[in-house]
Design a protein around this ligand. Structure first.
Ligand code: SAM
Length: 341
């Protein structure tokens, strides 16, 4: 059967893989004991892996990058939905044989590339050379990032990806690519936390500036092997057609981090630390006046727009003052060397 006939048959029915050992059997067969340092918690339940993949939307004939496929549970569910091209990036080489098994079993209807490497260093812009770039304002790009993320790096990855999304680089050079990812339940809830929610934080505001994030469903910790101490939330993220600001990500990130740095105190306290001591009072007051924000509000009481107005005021005030802009109140103080005369 030609690959295009296979594709069209599968497109209507969902791909049926040839009989394969279960993930549980493969883990046992290859003695794949989970490594804690790599945050390995495997999903063996096919209903759950299918549900995660369905949360990504229609991926048929699209391009999918899976982060940390491990033994391949989610990978199987992805393959069954017939994407055009699947790239999996896995740091642990012990999983290569099980992934190669999947690649071989699906080779008639799917291109699957297995990358042994660190997702933190992987250049997503090069993953799908045959995928043409879409205009940001057009329909969404046919590129989806899916992953049961390693907890240890999940927040870092998300912030890196939001940065690339804001700059329209990496996976976002193709257009508005989507993310469907697992997080520790508390982190997932923070990502979508609205104004006044007790758990609102930097991640909530940063996400809401550049994307629409939805908490799709929760998975109890006991569904994973080994069982983590926490439950898990599945988040689906779509970039906004029109982000809420044009200020550079790094400036916004710095300001929002400061706003939320002292949660129990007035937000003025965190913002003040953006400025060196000699101009602190004056510039902090000016920032809040320009932004038209109450300096005595607590950070969780600020709307995304108010946080942005503070960032925009800071951007304006420091644009032509690099010494103030690069000030870092956490940097070790310079020692004053008194030369002996
Ligand atoms: N997707 C599998 C599943 O759901 O059963 C495994 C998920 S497990 C939570 C995280 C996976 O990410 C592991 O396979 C681990 O080896 C891999 N991993 C950890 N750090 C990584 C990194 N920096 N780059 C790529 N993969 C990584």
């Amino acid at each position: 059967m030609s690959s295009s006939t296979a594709m069209s048959l599968l497109a209507t029915s969902g791909a049926r893989l040839p009989p394969l050992p279960t993930i549980r059997d493969l883990v046992r067969l290859y003695k794949l004991r989970a490594i804690k340092q790599l945050s390995q918690n495997f999903l063996m339940d096919e209903r759950l892996t299918n549900k995660i993949v369905r949360a990504a939307g229609n991926i048929q004939n699209n391009y999918v990058l899976e982060v940390g496929p491990g033994p391949g549970g989610i990978t199987r569910s992805i393959i069954k939905m017939c994407p055009r091209h699947l790239v999996v990036v896995e740091k642990d080489r012990r999983f290569l044989p099980t992934l190669e098994l999947l690649s071989e079993a699906s080779k008639d209807f799917l291109r699957m590339d297995i990358v042994r490497g660190d997702i933190l260093e992987y250049h997503m812009a090069a993953a799908f050379p045959e995928c043409s770039n879409m205009d940001w304002q057009d329909k969404r790009a046919p590129v989806h990032i899916i992953g049961n993320l390693p907890f240890a790096i999940s927040t870092r990855l998300l912030v890196n990806w939001l940065r690339e999304m804001s700059l329209q680089t990496g996976a976002w050079s193709y257009g508005r690519s989507s993310l469907t990812l697992t997080f520790q339940k508390e982190v997932a809830e923070r990502i979508v936390a609205p104004i006044l929610a007790e758990n609102r934080c930097r991640l909530s505001v940063m996400n809401q500036i550049w994307s629409r994030a939805e908490l799709k469903f929760l998975i109890p910790g006991k569904a994973f092997v080994p069982k983590p101490d926490v439950d898990v939330g599945v988040i689906h993220i779509i970039p906004l057609k029109k982000p809420l600001t044009i200020v550079h990500f790094d400036i916004v990130e710095k300001v929002v981090r400061h706003i939320f740095s002292m949660r129990q105190k007035y937000c003025r306290r965190g913002v003040a630390n953006l400025y060196p001591p000699d101009v602190r009072e004056e510039l902090t007051e000016l920032t809040f006046r320009m932004a038209d924000v109450d300096p005595l509000a607590r950070s969780f009481q600020l709307s995304t727009e108010e946080c942005l107005r503070i960032a925009e005021a800071y951007d304006l005030l420091t644009k032509s003052k690099p010494d103030i802009r690069h000030y870092n109140y956490r940097a070790p103080k310079e020692k004053v060397v008194v030369e002996a005369i």
